[in-house]
Design a protein. Sequence first.
Length: 208
Amino acid sequence: MKAFTQLRATAAALIDQGKLMANVDTDMIIPKQFLKTTEREGLSEGLFYDLKTRADGSPDPDFVLNKAAYRAAGILIAGDNFGCGSSREHAPWALEDQGISCIIAPSYADIFYNNCGKNGILAIALPQSTCDALAEQAGGGNMVFEIDLEAQTVTGPDGDVHRFEIDPGVRDKLLGGMDDIAMSLASEPEISAYEQQRRAHRPWLAER
């Protein structure tokens, strides 16, 4: 997993009827027909498929990620309760394959939030009013945002700095570029010492 420390990128805002889209569920992020693979590459094809594709299968030019100014966006701004619905790790995989490594929203579904942290995506929670202001700035197109995970700040194109809170465990994983397995392996000396001690004091367990 790639370490996340700082990010300078443009942002795309999911807007519907003039407001940030709330309750974007995992089936909207990546529909069920794209879940047949365990490969991570190529999943961006299914990302927001029903939102970005017309009934005839052609791209909808009005969808934000289909617009030239946002195709390379590294940040996604959305509304409340992002990532709700069924649990599917393909959702952060598809976002990552699109090139999005940071999401800003007022709140997230717990399972989706945890899946993001395990897959190298920083999910930032900021107040609704702040998300609205950042989305408005993103609407200018090609506007650069700065994310600093160590300082826990988001700097908008207008220069305003917004501090965010994050679970220390998730922060450490992202900064170190370590998933759950890597975090466990980091304690390998302690694990080995325990196993040696266990074999010395309870040798009958080692025979099983």
